[in-house]
Ligand binder design. Structure first.
Ligand code: CP
Ligand code: NVA
Length: 311
């Protein structure tokens, strides 16, 4: 199956629910197949001659490298476009950047600050735009997270997960992804950093709303997955002090996990050891963070193939 598209409608991936449930599962199936192909050393050059433009306003290790490597493995090519290296950094409007890029590349992946900026890119692009992280969403991360959970538990049926910490970009896309995949989710955040109410409602429309709480201890009881992310995301450095105070008690550490049964621990990385998670937990046998990181490669290749083959 490829993602539906007709000549007038370009499909974008700005958040997880831009895919239907059927399309999401097709991406996850294909991601598993690509992982097997990579491990077996089998050729899978499904996008020969295709070029991905990768626009970055923020730093990245995993997103940049997995997209670029992925395009190489698919027989295509990727171009890194640091915002300050192109005319965007000198004030060229995004809508002009988007239209110019569309004349050269087959797909644009963008990591920007404001979520509206990927919406502008998508509005003006004639090629698919993929969200590589905004202040509000990180759907490519969620694809890899769902692939990782599916591998760990041999499916999603009966799996429960708990988000601990900031109701941020990674959390918000994870909320939508869990609703679509049928993972029962609890979200424990301080009041000031809860997941946006609109995202909770969207999750309800897609499947089931997560349970929300401010009590991390109660939230981890009986859960299969504990997932956290940094307390100070890119662009929030000025709020560091107040955030560290508000997240006191939300660290994923041995004491918190003592209240849980036997969960695996997830983190999108990069991690700030000693803040949202301890070194001991991150380095423990429970931690599956590098499986998540690896799956970025497989899941994004699957997304690109499904988007571009259908284009
Ligand atoms: N998880 C993630 O997106 O990592 P990078 O910021 O390194 O791309
Ligand atoms: N929430 C983090 C995720 C980094 C991948 C940030 O936005 O900085």
């Amino acid at each position: 199956m490829t993602i539906d598209s007709d000549e007038t409608q370009v499909r974008h991936f700005l958040d997880v629910d831009d895919l239907s449930e059927e399309e999401l599962f097709a991406v996850l199936d294909r991601a598993a197949e690509y992982k097997r192909a990579v491990d077996a050393g089998e050729d899978h050059a499904d996008l020969p001659g295709k070029t991905l433009g990768m626009l970055f306003q923020k730093a990245s290790t995993r997103t940049r490298i997995s997209f670029e490597t992925g395009m190489t493995q698919l027989g295509g090519h990727a171009i890194f476009l640091g915002a300050d290296d192109i005319q965007l950094g000198r004030g060229e409007p995004l809508k002009d950047t988007s239209r110019a890029l569309s004349r050269y590349v087959d797909c644009v992946m963008a990591r920007v600050f404001k979520h509206e900026n990927v919406e502008v890119l998508a509005e003006y692009a004639d090629v698919p735009v993929v969200n590589g992280l905004t202040d509000d969403a990180h759907p490519c991360q969620t694809l890899a997270d769902l692939q990782t959970i599916r591998e760990q538990f041999d499916g999603f049926s009966g799996v429960s997960a708990t988000w601990i910490g900031d109701g941020n970009n990674v959390a918000q896309s994870f909320v939508l992804g869990c609703a679509m995949a049928g993972v029962e989710l609890t979200v424990a955040t301080p009041d000031e950093h809860a997941v946006d109410e609109g995202i909770i409602e969207r999750a309800g429309e897609l499947g089931t709303e997560p349970t929300t709480t401010t009590d991390p201890v109660a939230a981890v009881e009986d859960t299969d997955v504990v997932y956290t992310d940094v307390w100070v995301s890119m662009g929030q450095e000025d709020e560091r002090e107040i955030r560290l105070r508000r997240f006191d008690g939300f660290q994923v550490n041995g004491e918190l996990l003592a209240h849980a049964a036997d969960p695996v621990v997830m983190h999108c990385l990069p991690a700030h050891r000693g803040e949202e998670i301890t070194d001991a937990v991150l380095e423990s046998d429970r931690s599956i963070v590098f499986d998540q990181a690896e799956n970025r490669l497989h899941a994004q290749k699957a997304l690109l193939a499904e988007l571009l083959e259908g284009a």
